[in-house]
Design a protein. Structure first.
Length: 173
């Protein structure tokens, strides 16, 4: 069910804990769903919720030059976030969606769509002609989510540090 009164805003330092939890829970739940029966430890790179919180404690005040973080809040509860900006490597002319995570109990409520739209608007306004993102190969939920919003697998693959296979998607802006 779509949520009324969803607010998309910039994060404040006090959001670090919520973003850490959402990142950890979203990653864990999506890996469970994507690779049923497989140990999540095998591919799960994030050591703890505390580590994820510390990451955002640092990155909320310093998201990086040209980067932006968007937070989705509903009735005072943070439900998800997106992070967009310059690419991790290589072609400076491509913007990147670095992350998009929604609390598993809020999946399917339209939060991800709003946070993706804010990130894409940011990259468009920054003047990038196109954008990329890396999706987990087995994560069919997120892959169809992006495909239904115009993103296309562009033939690039890589493995995360843990060995998790990743597929690159592109979008013309
Ligand atoms: C992928 C992810 C970000 C999507 O977020 P979300 O909030 O569930 O996304 P939405 O609710 O906006 O859209 C999801 C689906 O629900 C549907 N939906 C949206 N609002 C709806 C509503 N009111 N009623 C019913 N369905 C709805 C949409 O149609 C969409 O399906 P579609 O792609 O077939 O159109 C989320 O599942 C997530 O965080 N996953 C784990 C982390 C992850 O995989 N991130 C991506 C890393 S690459």
């Amino acid at each position: 069910m779509k949520l009324d009164h969803l607010i998309v805003r910039a994060p404040s330092p006090t959001d670090a804990r919520a973003l850490g939890e959402i990142w950890y829970d979203g990653e864990l739940e999506s890996l469970r769903e994507s690779y049923p029966g497989r140990s999540t430890d095998e591919w799960f790179a994030l050591p703890s919720v505390a580590w994820c919180e510390e990451y955002w404690d640092f990155h909320i005040p310093t998201p990086g030059v040209g980067s932006r973080i968007f937070v989705g809040e509903h009735l005072g509860r943070v439900l998800g976030f997106s992070h967009s900006g310059p690419p991790d490597e290589q072609d400076d002319r491509v913007g990147q969606l670095h992350s998009l995570y929604v609390r598993p109990d809020a999946w399917g409520t339209g939060v991800g769509t709003e946070l993706l739209a804010s990130a894409v608007d940011h990259l468009t306004e920054a003047g990038y002609p196109s954008a990329i993102l890396w999706a987990v190969q087995g994560n069919l939920r997120s892959r169809s989510f992006y495909e239904n919003r115009g993103w296309r697998a562009d033939g690039h693959f890589m493995r995360a540090r843990t060995g998790l296979p990743l597929v690159r998607y592109s979008l013309a802006l």
